[in-house]
Write a protein that binds this ligand. Structure first.
Ligand code: NAP
Length: 354
């Protein structure tokens, strides 16, 4: 008994010493690939160094108050997302919090409230993001809203404006319009001066789309294509599609001449195929919009998009719609809400109080 007890005591002393040198933090790890019910574990880990893999040796260290939850994290619990880090790893692509340290000469400094895209590592009390992916958080937004700002709103701006070439006065049809990307697209389109038609699957989601500012709402189980054509006087200019699946062909049919269908994601589960004669006959385009891959190596473009989104916050048109909130330790439930198609707006983990 005695030697064992000594070893346990030594162990505790060593762990205490280690945590005095490298502060520990609570975090959620993906430990296996069995899905949101069982793949997550709450763990204590050493805090990360202020260095991000995209900016080796440098990074903004952030005390995380809220972490955004998105579809890719659900896919990561099953190993079916394109980014597949070795197990175990801390998921979480975006956070809002307070800067603890930042590279000198950057746009943010210690003590600033920020929204940041960290890629991984966000489901933790401390996270690191590249300086070019860290943005001052307007006092108009709380941390939960900040945790829903980058992935969805930067994607919406990139997809609608830079890829979809959308302009004031045009009409956009937004699929999955009560979801994270969908609600962001409705607001960004408003900020550009466009008219919006939201496609949703339930009454609850209709209310969320209306709250996000949709001009018109149609139902995905109804005659949405005909309704969209009628509401837009013959066809919409842009379709924003985070859903894919079997509604793709009707999306093409709902476009007017010169219309653009912007492909953003495939929550519907299947990747549609295009019969290109439809594009020829309708004089329309299908455009891909993969935000992360495009902006990753373009710091100036990130700042441009960040400034455009922040000025829409200042104008009052961008207000992230926060849906269900869960404490960090209940991250699995947050992922299940998305997986079971119950989520509306942005699902958020509250990591620290305040
Ligand atoms: N391309 C990019 O750069 C980029 C960036 C960010 C996200 N994304 C992708 O965009 C997609 C949407 O992300 P999100 O955060 O907006 O997701 P979300 O909040 O879960 O919303 C997705 C919406 O898709 C609709 N949907 C239709 N069939 C579904 C199904 N079988 N299961 C779940 N949802 C279904 C739902 O609306 P209804 O029930 O009303 O139909 C739901 O509200 C994801 O695939 C994500 O990976 C792409």
């Amino acid at each position: 008994m005695e030697p064992n007890r000594e070893r346990v005591t030594d162990d505790l002393v060593l762990r205490k010493l280690a945590s005095d040198i490298i502060p520990a933090m609570r975090a959620i790890q993906i430990v296996d690939l069995t899905g949101p019910d069982s793949a997550l574990a709450l763990v204590e880990l050493p805090e990360p160094e202020p260095a991000h893999m995209l900016t080796p040796g440098a990074g903004v260290l952030i005390d995380v108050h809220a972490a955004g939850v998105s579809f890719p994290e659900v896919l990561q619990t099953r190993g079916s997302y394109q980014l597949k880090p070795p197990l175990p790893f801390v998921p979480g692509s975006e956070v809002a919090g307070v800067v603890r340290s930042a590279p000198a000469g950057g746009q943010v400094k210690a003590g600033d409230r920020v929204a940041a895209f960290c890629g991984l590592g966000g489901f933790a009390e401390t996270a690191v993001a590249p300086e070019f992916f860290t943005f001052a958080l307007s006092p108009e937004l709380d941390f939960a809203q900040g945790a829903g700002l980058i992935l969805n709103y930067h994607t919406a701006y990139f997809a609608l404006v830079l890829r979809g070439r959308m302009k004031a006065g045009e009409t956009v049809l937004v699929h999955g319009a009560a979801g994270g990307v969908g609600t962001a697209a409705l607001q960004v389109a408003k900020g550009i001066g466009a008219r919006t038609i939201a496609v949703v699957s339930s009454n609850a989601k209709q209310r969320v789309a209306e709250q996000a500012g949709a001009d018109e709402v149609v139902r995905s189980d109804g005659a949405w294509k005909d309704e969209a054509k009628e509401l837009s006087g013959g066809g919409v200019d842009v379709v924003l599609d985070p859903v894919g699946g079997d509604r793709f062909t009707d999306s093409l049919r709902s476009l007017r001449e010169n219309g653009r269908l912007v492909v953003v994601g495939f929550t519907g589960g299947s990747i549609p195929e295009v019969r290109v004669n439809r594009l020829l006959l309708g004089n329309t385009e299908v455009v891909g919009a993969g935000w992360g891959g495009y902006v990753m190596g373009k710091p100036e473009l990130n700042r441009e998009i960040g400034a455009a989104v922040n000025s829409m916050v200042d104008e009052g048109v961008v207000r992230p719609i926060v849906g269900e909130r869960f404490p960090l330790e209940r991250a699995g439930e947050a992922l299940k809400a998305i997986d079971e198609r119950r989520a509306t707006g942005k699902v958020v983990l509250d990591v620290r109080a305040g």
